[in-house]
Design a binder for this molecule. Structure first.
Ligand code: SF4
Length: 526
């Protein structure tokens, strides 16, 4: 049964309000949408780009959250929410691109440039395996001095020494540079790396596909068309991938929606190819004819909007073989610290006036950045859950948003807490990021009302933490010691003696999430 989302003006917060006294966002929520949102929540209708924009501009955050949560519950009725244990390995920081939001890249000549040896990468994986980790997320730098054989050798080295470890590696911008470095088409490169051990491809470098935005923030990085082309080929070659979006810089809202529309279109295409490949070569039945017709229809529809995606990398067959698809969508806000783009002025309504989503010259020219906070992050997450009817999982971005917003994300459409990362270098080089241990992630999931479950990259549950041996229900033998000067000020505010510059260097033990006194299971469904 569909939940009833309607409320009357006199019922908000238990007090009697007149409509005109309400905050703007409540008034907007009460204005009638031009379409039936309940059909979208029920999976019986698909949001158009115009409807998605209408929701962004006219629905209250609370309504969006309720609608997205209801949709997520329909798509993921299971009593658990998931996480994966992995390690980010940035094998080189040498990069031919010069993204203006990046604080990680180096030139060959820089003293702190590096490329990790196979052995060093092996050491990192050994540490990962020791804590039940199951996969590595391995990305550069796009280093023009590494030949294809170096990558093949690395993948074979990892698979021979750590056969159970899943390799999620090399984002689309790296593949586009590989084409240039090696003088090969991406299909042949993917085939060789897949044969050497590559399992899936992460959706890094998606940012925002709009050429206007990419020209300004992703200097030297592949176009949106090329990003989507690499993923098309990966799916045709049988590899699953994830997809991403970077918000809160110089993009307009309509460009975010266009970005999401391109992903949804290409997912339609991947799923149509998968259906067609279920039939054998010999099959001459109507089912196969329909499936092949569906592929042609979807390809033609998408080709009209995004012709560049089919401009290169042809030659594949629909006669059998695995087909990959986007398994998850992840978005996060731009982190400005230490980045060239971060030096731009921040959007301020008092100075620039209300944000204009279509014509504002300062945004068009990249003179100001419009940073995204928690409200913006959650609004887009909810919108993504309502919009992506064909991408199964949405991840919470607690690494950039913090544990509490990360937990709240599970009520705004996220069904996965992403990864317990042993290491992260790229985003953390550009600003505040958070670290959580496995027991802390489990605690966040359990407190939100679900059973925590460790998954693999295919979203198979590896360990369902429904018993007393769950990580969050164990006593913590040695709580970590932290330096008082490094305690995040959001937890201590302006406590006397903490905000000045005196070097106290006192070591204290802080209370931990997920200690022995963990909350009992609250049942499923949230
Ligand atoms: S974000 Fe990636 S591609 Fe862009 S400069 Fe940094 S390392 Fe290179």
């Amino acid at each position: 049964m569909m939940p009833n989302f309607a409320f009357k003006s006199g019922e908000i917060g238990g007090s009697v309000w007149q409509h005109e006294d309400m905050p703007l966002n409540y008034r907007q929520a009460m204005s009638k949408l031009s379409f039936n949102i309940e059909a979208v929540i029920a999976g019986k209708a698909r949001l158009s780009e115009e409807q998605a924009l209408e929701l962004y501009h006219h629905a209250s955050l609370h309504d969006l959250g309720q609608w997205a949560h209801a949709t997520a519950q329909r798509m993921h009725p299971e009593p658990y929410r998931t996480y994966v244990i992995d390690r980010n390995i940035n094998y080189t920081n040498v990069c031919t691109a010069k993204c203006t939001f990046c604080a990680f890249r180096r030139d060959h000549e820089d003293q702190d440039s590096y490329t990790l040896s196979y052995e060093k990468i092996g050491e990192k994986i050994r540490e990962l395996v020791a804590i039940h980790g199951t996969q590595i997320l391995m990305q550069g730098g796009m280093n023009d001095r590494l030949p294809l054989e170096w990558y093949e050798g690395l993948l074979r080295y990892i698979k021979s020494n750590f056969p159970t470890v899943h390799i999620h590696a090399f984002s689309p911008p790296e593949f586009v540079e590989f084409e240039r470095f090696f003088g090969m088409d991406v299909r042949d490169i993917i085939r060789r790396l897949h044969a050497a051990g590559l399992d899936t491809i992460p959706g890094g470098g998606g940012e925002i596909f709009a050429p206007r935005v990419r020209r300004r923030i992703g200097i030297g990085k592949c176009t949106g068309d090329d990003w989507l082309r690499v993923m098309r080929v990966a799916h045709e070659e049988g590899l699953n991938t994830s997809c991403t979006m970077l918000i809160g810089h110089i993009e307009f809202i309509r460009e975010r929606i266009e970005h999401m529309a391109a992903l949804r279109d290409m997912q339609d295409y991947a799923l149509a190819v998968r259906e067609a490949r279920k039939f054998s070569v010999e099959d001459r039945g109507a089912g196969k004819a329909k499936a092949l017709g569906d592929v042609a229809t979807v390809a033609s529809r998408v080709n009209k909007k995004l012709p560049g995606i089919w401009a290169k990398s042809g030659k594949f067959t629909l006669n059998g073989g695995d087909t990959g698809s986007y398994t998850a969508f992840i978005h996060w806000p731009f982190q400005r610290e230490n980045t060239p783009l971060g030096r731009a002025k921040e959007w301020d309504e008092a100075t620039y006036g209300p944000f204009d989503d279509s014509t504002n010259e300062d945004v068009l020219r990249g003179r100001v950045v419009r940073m995204a906070g928690a409200e913006e992050y959650l609004r887009m997450l909810a919108l993504a859950r309502l919009y992506f009817d064909n991408i199964p999982s949405l991840q919470s971005s607690w690494v950039t948003m913090g544990p509490k917003i990360g937990q709240l994300a599970m009520f705004f459409g996220a069904n996965d807490m992403g990864s317990v990362m042993m290491e992260e270098n790229v985003v953390s080089a550009a600003g505040t990021t958070y670290r959580l241990q496995e027991h802390e992630i489990c605690r966040l999931i359990r407190d939100a009302g679900w059973i925590p479950a460790q998954r693999d990259q295919y979203y198979n549950v590896l360990r369902l933490h429904d018993g007393p041996d769950s990580p969050d229900l164990q006593p913590v033998a040695h709580p970590p010691i932290r330096n008082v000067k490094q305690i995040d000020k959001q937890f201590i505010g302006a406590a006397p003696g903490i905000d000045d510059d005196a070097d106290r260097s006192v070591k204290v033990q802080l209370p931990l999430l997920g200690g022995a006194a963990a909350a009992p299971l609250r049942g499923s469904g949230g």
